[in-house]
Design a protein around this ligand. Structure first.
Ligand SMILES: [Zn+2]
Length: 161
């Protein structure tokens, strides 16, 4: 198997046996982590319609029209190089049905390292898991070691004063 067939989401599986089944619409991602991984791969492979479809209705970006939303997603997919994903921690759905995934995304923009850590919220909309909310924290702003980072440590990290 050539490395280029490996799914960008970092599972070590070929794309055809990993995120492609979600991108093609054959299946919905079974949990928040799979959905998150498939969205990272979606950016890497410019699956713009999939990224829009898996954005929860309540996500802030849904306030835009679909045309604006798709344009913004296309800009993000085109403007960055997606160099790798590491899922650091996850939380099962809480009482409100919100599941969380903490991840480190390796990214470059015009040769500049813009890698970040994000703790994303996901919710099921009756059809499938959807991306609800999340804000990237650039590595230089993280103020916590990446090694051993958990959702609890991420929440408790020192904040800029
Ligand atoms: Zn994958």
């Amino acid at each position: 198997m050539s490395r280029t067939n490996l799914c960008p989401c970092g599972t070590g599986r070929p794309y055809a046996q990993c995120c492609e089944v979600f991108h093609s619409g054959a299946r919905e991602a079974p949990d928040a982590e799979s959905l998150m991984r498939s969205r990272y791969t979606g950016f890497a492979l410019k699956k713009v319609d999939y990224l829009w479809r898996t954005l929860h209705r309540a996500h802030a970006d849904r306030a835009a029209t679909q045309a604006e939303g798709l344009a913004a997603i296309r800009y993000a997919a085109d403007g960055y190089r997606y160099m790798g994903l590491t899922v650091l921690d996850r939380e099962a759905p809480d009482a409100k049905g919100v599941a969380r995934v903490l991840f480190h995304a390796k990214m470059f923009q015009k040769g500049r390292d813009v890698s970040f850590v994000e703790c994303s919220d996901f919710a099921h909309d009756g059809e499938g898991w959807r991306y609800l909310a999340g804000s990237p924290v650039l590595m230089r702003d993280l103020r916590a070691p990446l090694a051993g980072l958990t959702i609890a440590r991420f929440r408790d990290r020192p904040q800029p004063t």
